[in-house]
Design a protein around this ligand. Structure first.
Ligand code: DCP
Ligand code: MG
Length: 412
């Protein structure tokens, strides 16, 4: 695959996305309309975080997942993949395939933290980031905030910065559309970079097996095979009507993509509403000193994320879960917004130890901050009463929430 020599200037992506009439703003002759879409996907994400944090796991076959009899592999290090170990495989089967396999339980807080750092790197290059998963996103770098105006060079810079800030490797794909960028990012894993230039796109798509196309699951693939369609090129050989009859709406999209046309915009995620973390204790806790330490650790995590994202928060919420799984939350909206760990800890401690709540040992403590805004746009707040707390009623919604309910879902 050739590497793009796309050193020319581009038209701002925002303009493209709004579908602005190009004649209304005549562009200089050197301006290209080709979008530069990057798809980034971390390599063996959970397993890589484990190997980073535990040096004795490096270079060894590692699976992250349930070690029990009914446990399932969430992901495996590339060393383990050589034995055929993969995601969603029952752990017992994986151990049979690779007797040396080291199975470690997941540490979601660590993955969320690594994910937050990775997404911060993304946002430092462009606001047009569409997160797909904790370890994966599309970026439109047609008009990057920094770095050279070349998809290839920006992708290389993103990979380098991810490695520098997290110690983890990512693979990236670069193309003029999302579909090809995503397929490309998977082609040279781990630590790969694959660039498909606009003139290579039609040939690239023609050669792909239809299983690689968005929306083609095993069922659809079977139906297409029955029509003699196995590749992107085959899609263009059949009567469009036949394809429509077999696939319905999906046919139109597949045909477009097979022709190398994929203009779907990168849609940035809506603003995150809260940042939170929580800890479930190995044994239920009642002792104030121990609880204070646990609370401090949770505040440290939340405070760090808040600072890293350059945000401040208007509201602090503490959540506790009792031995009988009752969940209670307490919130405060201080006069001055909270911008760091120390302030956060002060308010969280007041909520946990000063505000009345039922006595009893706790199995979980969580802290979250909401009412987020950019810290550098901090405005002077009018003086409000020191704290407002809720009425202490049992929070039914939170009770029904899963263990990691305090953690915002998806990438920040
Ligand atoms: N994951 C999971 N269960 C699955 C698949 C994935 O819990 N069935 C989690 C673990 C993965 C993470 O999601 O580390 C990211 O998924 P990927 O599909 O991107 O897989 P990896 O990043 O682990 O490997 P790679 O992208 O290098 O193939
Ligand atoms: Mg991945």
């Amino acid at each position: 695959m050739a590497v793009a020599t796309d050193g020319h200037r581009v038209r701002p992506a925002g303009e493209l996305q709004r579908g602005t009439d190009p004649t209304a703003h005549p562009a200089p002759a050197s301006v290209s309309l080709v979008r530069k879409i990057v798809h980034v996907d971390m390599d063996a994400f959970y397993a890589a975080v484990e190997q980073r944090d535990e040096p004795r796991l490096r270079g060894l076959p590692v699976a992250v997942g349930g070690g029990s009899e009914r446990g399932v592999v969430m992901t495996a290090s590339y060393e383990a993949r050589r034995f055929g170990v993969h995601s969603a495989m029952p752990t017992v089967v994986a151990r049979r395939a690779c007797p040396e396999l080291i199975v470690v339980p997941p540490r979601f807080a660590a993955y969320h933290e690594a994910s937050a750092s990775v997404h911060e790197v993304f946002r430092s290059f462009t606001d047009l980031v569409e997160p797909l998963a904790l370890d994966e996103a599309f970026l439109d770098v047609s008009d990057p905030k920094r770095g050279p105006p070349s998809g290839t060079l920006v992708a290389r810079a993103i990979k380098a910065e991810i490695r520098r800030t997290t110690g983890l490797t990512a693979s990236a794909g670069v193309a003029n559309g999302k579909f090809v960028a995503k397929v490309a990012s998977g082609m040279r894993k781990p630590d790969g970079l694959t660039v498909i230039t606009p003139d290579e796109v039609p040939g690239f798509v023609a050669a792909l097996p239809i299983e690689a196309f968005f929306g083609v699951g095993p069922r659809t693939a079977e139906r297409l095979h029955a029509l003699g369609i196995r590749t992107g090129a085959d899609l263009l050989r059949v009567e469009p009507l036949v394809l429509h009859e077999a696939l319905g709406k999906l046919a139109g999209f597949l045909l477009q993509v097979a022709r190398g046309v994929d203009e779907r915009p990168v849609v940035p995620d809506r603003q995150r509403k809260s940042i939170g973390a929580e800890r479930t204790f190995a044994r239920d806790l009642e002792d104030r000193d121990v609880l204070e330490d646990e609370l401090a650790a949770v505040c440290e995590t939340v405070g760090r994320r808040l600072t890293r994202a350059r945000l401040a928060a208007r509201t602090v919420t503490v959540k506790v879960k009792y031995r009988d799984f009752r969940v209670i939350t307490r919130s405060t909206t201080p006069a001055t917004p909270v911008g760091g760990t120390r302030e956060l800890r002060r308010f969280a401690e007041a909520l946990l130890f000063t505000t009345p709540r039922p006595a009893g040992a706790l199995r979980l403590v969580g802290v979250s901050v909401s009412g987020l805004f950019a810290a550098d746009r901090r405005v002077v707040q009018p003086m409000l009463p020191f704290a407002t707390t809720d009425d202490g009623a049992v929070d039914e919604a939170a009770r029904a929430a899963p263990e990691h309910g305090c953690e915002p879902r998806g990438p920040p």
